[in-house]
Design a protein around this ligand. Sequence first.
Ligand code: ADP
Length: 300
Amino acid sequence: MAAAALIRLSSKPSLSSAASRVARCFASAPTSQAAPSSSSPSSSSPPLFAFSANPSPARREDPEARNVQWVFLGCPGVGKGTYASRLSVLLGVPHIATGDLVREELSSSGPLSLQLKEIVNQGQLVSDEIIIRLLSKRLEAGEAKGESGFILDGFPRTTKQAEILEGVTEIDLVVNLKLREDVLMEKCLGRRICSQCGKNFNVASINVKGENGNPGISMDPLLPPPHCMTKLITRSDDTEEVVKERLKIYYEKSQPVEDFYRRQGKLLEFDLPGGIPESWPKLLEALNLDDYEEKQSAAA
Ligand code: ADP
């Protein structure tokens, strides 16, 4: 099902080089934090990524024979989680957000929890080693349950993470979501999470005028159903000061990841035109999935 979508996707000009690339060996990730850019396996130290996606060589070398392996990039608040989770439902692959993995660890009483709290509340990035350990654990658990394919959200966030990921599996497509910075701030400040079901909502009503040639943008609030309304919480890192720091860190450390995938011809740039009602159909169109969604809805 998802593979069919990928076949049609690979006819998109922006993806043609992704479709024709040579599949890489992923037997082992680069094993040393000190030498992250090497993709050659090392025999002396244990691999950072214990997980190895799609162990059958035939499947991993043929992107059309397996489920999609996509990455969502974009600044804090842009909507990576919203669109990645919708696409994961449509394509039948898990949506894996490293921010969620970090928050799960934070809310546990595990040994990492205190250390992570300080880092996250200052808007800093968690070390590559910790984040890869969390992601690897999640991917392994998914594989044990029979999951195949993924949409990653919030990973990779540094070039080093991108290189490590490339050493273990093939990424088919990277969607780079973009939105004006003043809107990003409003969206982060309006973000709420239901403490019970974990779903994300937004209470901000955004209406900014066009300026300097940039179009205006309006977004209605994404309000929760009544049973979540009394359980809404705000993320401790969604304060103005911390969001500014997260944006700064994004430009410094995560924007180079866009270039990493742009050079490989895998980056699909997508400027969000507004809220979900305007953006979702346009995103499906950009991904060549508009017909696919119609067929899925008709079959349901
Ligand atoms: P955002 O809204 O900034 O995209 P996320 O929910 O993705 O937030 O992440 C929350 C926090 O978790 C980040 O600010 C960072 O501290 C940590 N984090 C998430 N993913 C990564 C990653 N790939 N590398 C390092 N730190 C990460």
